[in-house]
Design a protein around this ligand. Sequence first.
Ligand code: NAD
Ligand code: ZN
Length: 369
Amino acid sequence: MALNAQKLDVMVPGVEPSGYTIRIGRGMLGGLWDDIRSQWPKLNPFIVTDAELVKAGHLETLVGSETIPTYIIEPAGEISKHIQTVVQIVEMMETNVLGRDSIVIALGGGTVGDIAGFAAAIFKRGVPVVQIPTTTVAQADSSVGGKTGVDSSVSKNAFGAFWQPAAVYIDVETLGTLDDRQYRAGLVESVKHAAIMDAEYFDFFETNIDAILNKDMRVLEQIAMTNCRIKAEVVQQDPTEKNMRRILNYGHTIGHAVESASEFTLLHGESVAIGMIAAGKLEKALGLAADGRLERIEGLLVKLGMSTVIPAEIKKEQLIALLGKDKKAIGQWPRFILLESLGNTLCKNEQWAHEVSRDIVEQCLDDLY
Ligand SMILES: NC(=O)c1ccc[n+]([C@@H]2O[C@H](COP(=O)([O-])OP(=O)(O)OC[C@H]3O[C@@H](n4cnc5c(N)ncnc54)[C@H](O)[C@@H]3O)[C@@H](O)[C@H]2O)c1
Ligand SMILES: [Zn+2]
């Protein structure tokens, strides 16, 4: 039976195969397995998921009564995103006599997607991976674009590869079991997409904020489609982040510093929310902000339950030191993605990341306590 889903094709220049399809729907998890089987009838599936997804019943919905070799990441979450988990996945695939004719199915949030995608990228020099994202972060961001990887004991995503998915299936109903804090924080990436690329989407998000917070599945389906369209548009133009893809880092430069200084007690989206407000303050200081823009962005983030100030225990000096170590710093100071207007990112001399002096950044940070 055909899946009841909307489709979005993503082209990826320069790699084989040259693209993939994202399917988005409500309640289609139970019908996916037949679709995967019929698309890749000759490949042997191997599932990677985590303990929370099993508990929530999503693995059972996906496979029904079939027995498929499955690696269950435990404990769930970032703590398991290290190379040892990948080693165990690869070895379990070998123990199950899987070879180059296998296909990895990633069922879960960004953590599962990043781990499974990386394992697929290196297993026997690479086998296809199908992404079935189940968090607001993964449905808006990590499942599309092909970045995969795991953390080292020194830094995040130290082991990594670009490995484009063979397909992405987004069932927004899986979000029904996601914890509220994770759900809201993940929506910050949607606000970011609207801010950098699509003013109309920003209006839509504002108008429908109550429906979004109440998990109205029809609205969630619409925002999943818009998020994927925006992310796909960016990654198609710059699949390996040479330049334009950097706009997806809006709010992330200061956001990453806040996330790291909080020792990851703040979620990624919660830190990026603060980072987006910081970026808005930089725009104001540089004379780039139209009246009311920052206030609208901040208003939406507050409705999502995000804090708009830096926690007092994080010192400004700590953030400045972390900014100097940003992975994209040049001369120990990062460049910043800035908005030109709501829905448009500033591009000057073909560059998307801009110099902002340390003084201005310090003043804006002072303003955030
Ligand atoms: N590759 C990329 O482009 C990219 C982009 C953004 C983030 N990421 C990565 O994604 C990771 C974060 O992903 P995340 O925010 O999705 O968190 P996550 O995958 O760690 O999931 C958060 C928690 O929610 C649980 N969970 C997931 N889906 C659920 C559901 N439907 N119902 C109940 N529980 C559920 C998980 O088991 C976990 O405990 C980070 O490692 C980050 O680096 C990657
Ligand atoms: Zn992010």
